[in-house]
Design a protein around this ligand. Structure first.
Ligand SMILES: Cc1ncc(C[n+]2csc(CCOP(=O)(O)OP(=O)(O)O)c2C)c(N)n1
Ligand SMILES: [Mg+2]
Length: 904
């Protein structure tokens, strides 16, 4: 494997094993190199080595083995370390206080409420990584008015709360109520959740992998804003604090080449390499730091390793032959973990004991001193040096790989042990040890309660930390809405859609794209629209936008596009507006989130429209949609080529008949399945108003389809517009006035057109007067009806609220039949509020490669099945004779023995 390739130290070591001449030769070369280093510095030395390699290859065909890794030592050597800019002692004391309160929070919570959970050991291992960042790097406001964006590791939350408590931002009572959010006065959420703590947390990170991929796309989105002139370029950075176990998530690694390709030097990953995940070692038989180094170097990142603390400096400096670094490189992570928990004597014997020369190197150190040799990630000087190198680096993103010990400071209670991730209880003795180790002035007799500790406001510690934050522009994290509301969008953009297409056929996708291109031209909001597409623009007929607003590229267009001479050529530009993300729904969703939260994070009202294959939305990237909801993201998700039977030919893996069911699960998402052009216009106009004028924390999901159909004019009537938004309205009442038989037919999306055909057949052939309703949103109907039910339950004796759907249908005669291109459960979700039994037709089951007519026949959602279902309902109500059904089956050409689509 690439990251296990031999390093330079092992080469020199082998040399020393062979013969004296080689030793001498090697020594001479090393001395010469040292001379160059002293005179010309590392850059000159680097150039020289490159020249040597080139020379060897050209003149003698010497091939150097490929190495993806560097030796297992710090990237910034001790002699290049900058001086530490603060008081180390003061910062150590502050860090100890944060450590204590973070631990106390979890221990207390679990003393009071057994099993309430929380994590001690994650923050315990990361405390130095955070403290150095808080005291010296994380900018809440730069001189030019920008700020850093920080993704905190989710289950390190107790440490972040502990610090905010010391800063005076979180009262003691809230700390008491960690993980008890429903207690009077409120509590603290387990992990970062902007939905629950909207003035504090910005990014929900605890679903692992979502933090790193979002950080990448956020950093890119900042460059997008800058390149498009929507935000001045002011040097804010994106920091993501991550776990080494978390790096196994495909989302963590899947987009790292985007970051280097786009030269995101505003992005810094800090990976806390404590070598452990939840169950045990991350790479017991390998080395996670080397593995990640190889991956990120290969992907073009700047990699900074922080492995050894200052205690190791002199040993490493004296390691002339590379014996020590070689030994460091050959030990597995599982073995290192063993060293963490063992005594100094064990360490001496098993680490240094393999070679008498190694043993000699540490003979001046006692076992106790050996056991205390600190790792890089626990050494503020090393961490500071790494951060400084990262912020000064230009041209590529940086990843810092910092080696730490999980549960650092817990001692016997869990330091470095496999059980440490789950540790939430400490006995009195363990508390005493921790207290004493970090010098917290809490007397023994109070320890049992694990009380919080905060020195007074005028103590040196509090003053120091406040001063540091003041220098860095304020506190972090802090979430607030930084944008001001926009003005309502002009009606003129929407009017053409209210008129219909006069018999011409148009798909709802075409309608949507036309509306989008009009919005893009709006002088007020046009520039804030962010169209996001995962390589499907042509599928949706959006290629005209390529030319109209351009595709964003951080370098512009460095080639002559093959279709340059056509009207709609593939135009890439630095100020291009479209985010053409390539085939990554996850990446696109991250851009959607970045754009849809810019109103808060950057004070810019960007309005994202993410248009994708509806099948690859909720079911593929549902967790990111959930995170978007938590973050109060605004914008429009547009599921294209939607509908199990409307997307012809594509078959089982493409035909979506359940995204609207999945959409039910997202609390602040409004989901619509519009049938007509004017419905789309009404929904989008109102959506922009609610999100960007009124500032509601909601977002939208719209399905659009590719079936060309004549778009009708918007019916007159005051209830139509509000009905579209609330979820249903009567689109077409029956013209048959004299019938005894009645039906109410619900249609959605393109299946509406089957419903309209069924209306006609029912009237003409069976004498049934059927009204047709357009149900734009079962989700909205369901939500509102539940709201009424709940109110009624909690307010007995008061006038009961009647759900909108019940009010709307109260005088509607006859039977109720619903048909949609989604699962039957969708209409069934509202059936209890429909005055009489509702028959639901839907598309449960796997899709098929077929045309629309065959698919609708197969799934039983075409006009004939709607007619049959209506007649069945009438027969059940004894309004028609059963023999009518027999005949209808035959007349309609339905085979009663056809396979059940739900399970075939
Ligand atoms: C997607 C997802 N899967 C599983 C979990 C459960 N989980 C929480 S912490 C954790 C281990 C974390 O290990 P690491 O990333 O190394 O963080 P550390 O605590 O060691 O810093 C796991 C599996 C989760 N939060 N998210
Ligand atoms: Mg870990």
């Amino acid at each position: 494997m690439g990251w296990e390739t031999p390093d330079v130290s092992s080469i020199t070591h082998t040399a020393t094993q062979t013969n004296g001449l080689e030793v001498l030769e090697t020594r001479e070369w090393l001395d010469s190199l040292d001379y160059v280093l002293t005179r010309g510095g590392p850059e000159r030395a680097g150039r020289l080595l490159q020249q040597l390699a080139l020379h060897a290859r050209r003149s003698a065909g010497v091939n150097l083995p490929f190495t993806a890794t560097t030796p297992y030592q710090n990237t910034v050597p001790s002699r290049q370390q900058p001086p530490f800019p603060g008081s180390q002692e003061m910062e150590r004391r502050i860090k100890s206080l944060v450590r204590w309160n973070a631990l106390a929070m979890v221990v207390r919570a679990n003393k009071i409420q057994e099993g309430i959970g929380g994590h001690i050991s994650t923050f315990a291992s990361a405390a130095t990584l955070y403290e150095v960042a808080f005291n010296h790097f994380l900018q809440a406001r730069t001189e030019s008015g920008d700020r850093d964006i920080v993704y905190f590791q989710g289950h390190a939350a107790p440490g972040i709360y502990g610090r905010a408590f010391l800063e005076g931002r979180i009262p003691r009572q809230k700390l008491e109520n960690f993980r008890r959010e429903l207690k009077p006065g409120g509590g603290l959420s387990s992990y970062p959740h902007p939905w629950l703590m909207e003035n504090f947390w910005e990014f929900p990170t605890v679903s692992m992998g979502l933090g790193p991929i979002q950080a990448i796309y956020h950093a890119r989105f900042i460059k997008y804003l800058e390149n498009r002139g929507l935000k001045p370029s002011t040097g804010g950075r994106v920091w993501a604090f991550l776990g080494d176990g978390e790096m196994d998530e495909p989302e963590s690694l899947g987009s790292i080449t985007l970051a280097s390709r786009e030269r995101l030097d505003n992005l810094i990953f800090v990976v806390n390499c404590n070598l452990q995940r939840l169950d045990g070692p991350v790479r017991g038989n390998g080395k996670i730091i080397q593995e990640l180094e190889a991956i990120f170097r290969g992907a073009g990142w700047n990699v900074i390793k922080v492995i050894w603390g200052s205690d190791w400096d002199s040993l490493i400096q004296n390691d002339r032959d590379g014996l020590l670094v070689r030994r460091m490189g050959e030990i597995t992570d599982g073995q290192y973990q063993k060293f963490f928990v063992e005594s100094g004597a064990y360490f001496r014997q098993n680490f240094f004991g393999t070679d008498p020369r190694l043993l000699k190197m540490v003979e001046h150190l006692s076992d106790e001193q050996l056991a205390r040799m600190r790792l890089g990630g626990h050494d503020p000087i090393k961490v500071h040096a790494a951060y400084k190198a990262a912020v000064e680096h230009k041209g590529s993103p940086t990843i810092i790989l910092a080696k730490t010990i999980k549960g650092y400071g817990l001692g016997e209670a869990g330091e470095g042990k496999n059980i440490t991730h789950q540790q939430k209880k400490l006995n009195d003795e363990e508390l005493r040890m921790f207290r004493s180790r970090f010098g917290i002035p809490i007397p023994d007799e109070e320890l049992h309660e694990a009380p919080f500790y905060r020195p007074s406001d005028d103590s040196a510690e509090i003053r120091y930390m406040q001063d540091r934050r003041k220098q860095l522009g304020g506190y972090l994290p802090e979430r607030k809405v930084r944008a001001t509301p926009i003005k309502p969008v002009a009606d003129s953009h929407f009017e053409e859609f209210f008129k219909g297409t006069d018999g011409r056929e148009a798909s709802t996708t075409m309608v949507f794209v036309r509306l989008l291109s009009k919005l893009l031209r709006d002088p007020e909001i046009g520039k804030f629209i962010v169209p996001i597409i995962p390589d499907e623009a042509r599928t949706f007929g959006m290629e005209a936008l390529f030319r109209q607003v351009g595709i964003y590229s951080n370098v512009g267009q460095l080639y002559e596009p093959v279709d340059m001479d056509t009207l709609l050529y593939y135009k890439e530009a630095k100020d291009g507006q479209i985010l053409e993300e390539g085939i990554t729904e996850a990446g696109s969703m991250c851009s959607f989130i970045a754009a849809g939260t810019a109103y808060a994070n950057h004070g810019i009202n960007t309005i994202p429209f993410f248009i994708y294959y509806s099948m690859f939305g909720f079911q593929r990237i549902g967790d990111l949609i959930w995170a978007a909801a938590d973050m109060r993201t605004r914008g429009f998700l547009v599921g294209g080529t939607a509908g199990r039977t409307t997307l012809a030919g594509e078959g089982l893996q493409h035909q979506d008949g359940h995204s609207h069911v999945l959409a039910l699960s997202v609390p602040n998402l409004l989901a619509y399945d519009p049938a007509f052009a004017y419905e789309i216009a009404v929904i989008i106009q109102d959506g922009i108003r609610r999100m960007y004028v009124d500032g509601e924390s909601i977002f939208y999901y719209l399905t659009v389809t590719n079936e060309p159909l004549p778009m009708p004019e918007m019916p007159q009537g005051k209830d139509v517009r509000s009905g579209i938004l609330k979820g249903m309205y009567r689109f077409k009442a029956s013209e048959k006035k004299d019938s005894k038989l009645h039906a109410q037919l619900f249609g959605s999306g393109t299946i509406m057109f089957e419903v309209l055909k069924a209306q006609k057949i029912l009237e003409e052939k069976y004498g049934v007067a059927a009204d047709v309703w357009s149900v734009t949103s079962y989700k909205e109907l369901y939500r509102e009806a539940n709201e009424c039910e709940r109110w009624n339950m909690l307010h007995p004796g008061q006038q009961a609220k009647v759900p909108f759907i019940t009010q709307t249908l109260k005088d509607a005669p006859g039977v109720f039949v619903a048909a949609s291109d989604y699962m039957k459960v969708l209409p069934e979700s509202i059936c209890q509020w429909v005055p009489r039994r509702l028959v639901s037709l839907g598309t449960d089951g796997f899709g098929r490669s077929e045309n629309r007519a065959a698919l609708r026949d197969f799934f039983e959602v075409d006009a004939k099945h709607i007619v049959l279902a209506t007649l069945n309902a009438l027969a059940r109500d004894k309004q028609i004779q059963p023999d009518v059904l027999q005949k209808a089956l035959k007349d309609l050409g339905i085979n009663p023995d056809k396979p059940n689509p739900a399970i075939s």
